[in-house]
Design a protein around this ligand. Structure first.
Ligand code: SF4
Ligand code: SF4
Length: 202
């Protein structure tokens, strides 16, 4: 059976959540684009900036199951590939508090455990331009991705809530495992924080 190509029909989530500096569009993160109509359509569609033309979220690229379109699930996923070879998957809330919803935690936990690169969560704090971010590292992370990630953090000068261990996290069932914390929903500062995911069996 051939997959039906996915389309943006009925969704404009990315027009609300990304910061833009691509004239004529300049806007803060979580600020609705001034060119978006009340019906959720782009009023300058034929002349929209190159950033908009080139953007495809992870769902549109079929990196997420079809059952998780951004307009329904409360987040937009995108994948970023850096020249160093580092991959970072970003999940951004499309409504404040979406990550704290009961249905979301199992989904994100399963997702982070399955991917081989860091995942960045970006939470909407309700005011344009303000967000809380944290990285989640699952046990499936590739050692090379972990090394590149640590280098990236150093280059970016991130401050951390907990020390980033030198080695990739290991499942806590393994006796050489480092300590880890559960996925918390109560991060209340602007700094990027580092959390290891708990074992699926804990
Ligand atoms: S979030 Fe994805 S599906 Fe929605 S409009 Fe943007 S690219 Fe299309
Ligand atoms: S210019 Fe159009 S496509 Fe781009 S963010 Fe604004 S409304 Fe969306």
């Amino acid at each position: 059976m051939t997959d039906i190509p996915r389309t943006c029909d009925g969704c404009s989530a990315c027009c609300h959540i990304y910061a833009f500096d691509d004239p004529p569009i300049t806007k803060l993160q979580f600020e609705t684009c001034s060119k978006l109509t009340e019906c959720g359509l782009c009023s300058i569609y034929p002349e929209r900036p190159a950033t908009c033309v080139g953007f495809e979220c992870g769902w549109l690229q079929s990196l997420l199951p079809e059952a998780y379109p951004p307009k329904d699930v409360g987040f937009v996923m995108s994948a970023q590939h850096f020249p160093s070879g580092l991959d970072i998957i970003t999940l951004i809330e499309t409504r404040p508090g979406a990550f704290a919803e009961e249905t979301f935690e199992p989904l994100i936990s399963a997702f982070v455990r399955a991917v081989t690169c860091p995942v960045l969560l970006n939470r909407w704090r309700g005011i344009p331009g303000t967000s809380t971010s944290k990285f989640l590292i699952g046990f499936a992370i590739e050692p090379e991705q972990y090394r590149l990630f640590r280098e990236h953090c150093e280059e970016m000068g991130y401050t951390w809530r907990t020390q980033i261990p030198e080695n990739p996290p290991v499942d806590p069932g393994n006796t050489s495992s480092p300590s880890y914390s559960a996925l918390p929903h109560d991060v209340d500062d602007e700094n990027l924080a580092f959390y290891l995911m708990p074992s699926p069996h804990s």
